[in-house]
Design a protein around this ligand. Structure first.
Ligand code: EPU
Length: 351
């Protein structure tokens, strides 16, 4: 185990924000975590788990001990009649894993192609795109509780997945007996359940358009993968070229009454009824309607083609600061609240 000091984090966050880790340890396996927890000094330090850095905003140097998860490995653990179960190390790159699974003939994650980040980060916010969420293809995961040192295995119910939400985003509360693992779990391995027979998920409008354009109505997993890559490239910026953390806000949900009230004033609002009776609104549309597309605060800006994405316009030379990103985010929240009475909730973790 090597503790590195003063490590630049700009290459390790997809916004490309400049910040340093005072101390950083690379985690290649469970033994590295055990070594940290056995060390009398490191054991006591607050810790910050870093995966692909694709869902964080760094607002300054990181004082907690940074644990950079680089656990490798991909293997089929079960080939049953109903599903392939595949175990993947938390440090594997998400998109490469999706591609590799397809190449093995184990489809199911193709709708989530090109999502930035690592496999270990995926359950934290229950990543999702184009009609499929991680929880739909999830079997279980392994991790280590950094406070108690105990290893754990959680199934989907125990992960308490919700829209861009999980047990890893909530602090436990002994007063109410609520279980939460925010800030204390290091996910080491994730097992995917890829159902057999494979069935395409094609309900999303952008995919229906692709079918209409190409005349292909029974696409293969690979065809869907290619479509998703093309759809994302057309509307989302590549973080290697223009730093960003994907959608910056969650899509808010409102009651049918609130929605009717907004429609009376703004008939064009994009909204989707949910199974539980609530209505989900497109945050990108709300931000766009407030005139934010293309606007900037310092070098932090609102992407021209998708108002839900905040970008770093300063590149690696004069990158946006975390402070500029948060000032812009707060200004957007204020204007959406003033116009629609809706509080947008940020998706990335602010560090
Ligand atoms: N819209 C606008 N103006 C904008 C942006 C969007 O009018 O500037 C409208 C679009 O025309 C569309 C609607 O809003 O009618 C929804 O837009 P889109 O289909 O692009 O999806 P989204 O709701 O903005 C969500 C996820 C994305 C995911 C896509 C596809 C969230 C917060 N975001 O975006 O996830 O890729 O659906 O499933 O749920 C991410 O989380 O980082 C992410 C990129």
């Amino acid at each position: 185990m090597i503790v590195q000091r003063n490590v630049p984090l700009q290459p390790h966050n997809s916004f490309g924000i400049v910040a340093r880790a005072q101390q950083l340890v690379r985690i290649a396996d469970e033994a590295d975590v055990a070594a940290i927890l056995a060390d009398p000094v490191l054991r006591e330090m607050p810790k910050f788990v870093l995966g692909g850095g694709s869902n964080i905003v760094l607002t300054g140097d990181v004082k907690p001990l940074v644990l950079k998860v680089e656990i490798p490995g991909r293997r089929l653990v079960d080939d049953g009649p109903r599903a392939w179960i595949v175990e993947v190390g938390a440090g594997e790159v998400w998109h490469d894993t999706v591609q590799w699974l397809l190449a093995q003939g184990w489809p199911g994650l193709e709708n989530m192609a090109l999502i930035p980040g690592t496999v270990g980060g995926a359950p934290v916010q229950n990543i999702g795109a184009y009609g499929v969420e991680l929880q739909d293809r999830f079997e279980s995961l392994d991790g280590i509780d950094l406070v108690t040192g105990q290893p754990f295995t959680l199934d989907a119910a125990q992960c308490a997945f919700g829209y861009r939400d999980s047990v890893f985003k909530h602090a436990g509360d002994p007063a109410t007996n609520a279980f939460g693992l925010a800030g204390r779990a290091l996910i080491t391995r994730v097992r995917f359940r890829l159902p057999k027979p494979w069935k395409p998920v094609l309900g999303y409008l952008d995919l229906e358009r692709k079918m209409a354009e190409t005349g292909v109505t029974d696409p293969s997993p690979m065809q869907i993968f290619d479509w998703i890559v093309a759809i994302r490239r057309a509307k989302l910026p590549d973080w290697r070229v223009l730093g960003n953390a994907g959608s910056f806000f969650k899509n808010p949900t409102v009651t049918p009454e609130q929605c009717a009230d907004i429609i009376a004033r703004d008939p064009k609002i994009v909204h989707y009824p949910m199974a539980d009776g609530s209505i989900k609104l497109a945050a990108g549309w709300l931000i766009d309607a407030c005139g934010w597309k293309g606007k900037s605060v310092g070098n932090a800006g609102v992407y021209e083609r998708q108002a839900l994405v905040l970008v770093n316009r300063g590149g690696t030379e004069h990158p946006a600061t975390g402070g500029e990103v948060m000032t812009l985010a707060k200004a957007i929240q204020t204007s959406v609240y003033e116009r629609f009475g809706i509080r947008l909730e940020p998706e990335p973790v602010v560090v």
